[in-house]
Write a protein that binds this ligand. Structure first.
Ligand SMILES: C[S@@+](CC[C@H](N)C(=O)[O-])C[C@H]1O[C@@H](n2cnc3c(N)ncnc32)[C@H](O)[C@@H]1O
Length: 304
């Protein structure tokens, strides 16, 4: 099969995420309370390698339902935000949550490599789990550089690492093998609900929306070649990532309403305990390449 064109990748991403939008926050456990704010602020700080930073005007790329923008606005880390995404459905969900939370945010439907925004107009360009969907990475990084003021900061979190992505296959396969016994133990039935028409077709495209997994060197090179300096790549989530993949895979095989609430509590607290092990021990000593997620930060060169 010929490799899909850039236009096809963008089209599949827009359609897939339009359909995924309504259930997105529930599926990924996204929240906009104290917990959500703490998660997002910690990730941004980890990417930047600094605590306590505040930014004026910020631009989010692939903002989705608003996990980062809304939490960073509520935490006071950014003063104002423009949230961009290729999916109108995701931006509509973001706008609904913003209204509910009383947060002001401008939404703009745009491809990351073609931003309809003026030069040198942002202090921070950021994103979470988006670079791996972009067919034209050099074009996108050139746009990030163009819209940042000289000296402005770039920060991307939650990008799949090449090694981590391969390793994630192991817990997923193991979880599928034990899923029938797990469902019996919890008294949950196998997921049988069939999706209808467009949703089923688009969910079948899930594999086609992820077009990259990165090495730290690739991310560094991209940023340097497009006019960034002080480039920094770190890694996060190793054992907590495996735990998360096992649980999400198990959960995806059962009827959601038949999974006991106690299971979700165990999954959440287990994740937190392993996340602490990752943060306090493993992320300090092991190379970024082996973690599931990579974080990138850089500074726009002052001479443009
Ligand atoms: C995995 S979701 C992450 C959403 C959000 N950042 C979060 O962390 O919850 C990836 C997002 O990137 C968006 N996206 C995919 N391709 C894009 C492109 N070419 N330009 C801009 N956004 C894109 C998708 O529509 C989707 O909302």
């Amino acid at each position: 099969m010929p490799a899909p064109s850039a236009e096809e990748i963008k089209d599949v991403n827009a359609r897939y995420h339009d359909v995924a939008a309504a259930d997105y926050d529930r599926k990924w456990g996204i929240s906009y309370g104290v917990q959500g704010r703490a998660q997002v602020v910690a990730k941004l700080q980890r990417a930047l390698g600094e605590r306590g930073l505040r930014f004026g005007r910020a631009l989010e790329i692939g903002a989705g339902t608003g996990y980062f923008s809304l939490n960073l606005l509520r935490a006071g880390v950014i003063e104002s935000a423009v949230a961009t995404d290729i999916s109108r459905g995701m931006l509509d969900e973001l706008a609904t949550s913003a209204r509910r939370l009383g947060v002001e945010v401008e939404t703009v439907r745009a491809d990351a490599a073609e931003l309809p925004l003026p030069d040198a107009s942002f202090d921070l360009v950021f994103g979470h789990a988006v670079l791996h969907h972009l067919p034209d990475l050099p074009g996108a990084f050139a746009e990030f550089r163009r819209v940042l003021r000289p000296g402005g900061r770039l920060a991307f979190c939650g990008e799949p690492s090449r090694h981590g992505d391969r390793l994630a296959g192991v817990p997923k396969q193991a979880a599928l093998a034990v899923a029938p016994a797990w469902r019996r133990l919890l008294g949950a039935g196998e997921r049988l609900r069939l999706e209808d028409g467009e949703a089923a077709r688009v969910h079948g495209l899930e594999h086609a929306v992820d077009v990259h997994a990165f090495t730290p060197a690739q991310l560094r090179r991209l940023a340097r070649e497009e006019g960034f300096e002080d480039v920094r790549v770190s890694g996060e989530e190793l054992v907590s990532g495996w735990f998360g993949w096992i649980n999400r895979t198990l959960e995806s095989t059962a009827e959601p309403e038949q999974i006991p609430p106690l299971w979700f509590q165990w999954a959440y607290h287990g994740y937190l305990a392993l996340k602490a092990l990752d943060t306090r021990v493993l992320e300090r000593g092991l190379p970024p390449a082996i973690f599931y997620n990579l974080l990138l930060s850089a500074r726009a060169t002052a001479d443009g």
